[in-house]
Design a protein around this ligand. Structure first.
Ligand code: SF4
Length: 213
């Protein structure tokens, strides 16, 4: 597997070249490139997940967000609306953000995979590899966040190479030149209230870290 840093750097070099070549200002170029990525994601057929989706979910938020939030994959409501974290997990995420003094518009929110897996199964390795290589690393390079929040085991494994959220959560991690904060996926609140409390604790760490970004 290619190293994450190499993949993001490669995407950054490509994006930089295009940005430098553009005659308009860097801001509008960055927004335009993100919009172009969005358009590609919405019609993508690069992995089998395109067969089961209604709408792909590229992600949304500030083009220059200091923090990106990355979950696993869209669920039913996200698949129907084309927007990230708008179902019951999203409502809990909004609740946690609100409790920490944030609003979701402060961030760029997306997922490891942009299309809903059938019956909400876990995305397969080749689906994860394909989608992140084509889209997520490009989004990260364009947004250039100071910190990335990882929600759930799939995001933790792909971005940090760790097997479990427990190995990563509860602290800021520097990995390949990028800061990360890992926590559980908001969906855990439906079967583990104790873990839902830990998500809130982890967002308190984010709140404290924000002044360093
Ligand atoms: S999950 Fe990603 S790679 Fe697969 S079809 Fe959707 S956008 Fe394309």
């Amino acid at each position: 597997m290619r190293k994450i840093k190499e993949a993001i750097k490669e995407a950054a070099d490509e994006s930089k070249a295009v940005i430098e070549a553009a005659s308009s200002k860097a801001k509008s170029s960055r927004v335009k490139l993100l919009e172009e990525l969005d358009a590609k994601i919405r019609v993508c057929t690069a992995c089998p997940l395109h067969k089961s989706r209604t709408l792909a979910v590229p992600g949304e938020g500030k083009y220059n967000a200091k923090v990106m939030i990355i979950g696993e994959a869209p669920g039913r409501n996200e698949d129907l609306t084309g927007r990230p974290f708008v179902g019951s997990s999203g409502k809990f995420l909004d609740h946690v953000l609100d409790g920490s003094g944030f609003d979701r518009t402060d961030f760029f929110i997306t997922n490891i995979c942009k299309c809903r897996p059938p019956s909400n199964r876990t995305p397969k390795t080749h689906e994860i590899e394909t989608c992140t290589s084509l889209y997520l690393f490009n989004q990260i390079s364009l947004i250039n966040p100071g910190l990335i929040v990882l929600l759930g085991g799939v995001a933790v494994k792909r971005m940090l190479g760790l097997k479990t959220v427990e190995q990563a959560r509860g602290r800021i991690i520097e990995h390949e030149g990028q800061k990360f904060l890992a926590t559980y996926h908001p969906a855990v609140r439906f079967y583990r209230e104790d873990l839902a409390e830990k998500i809130k604790e982890d967002f308190d760490i984010l709140k404290a870290e924000m002044k360093n970004l």
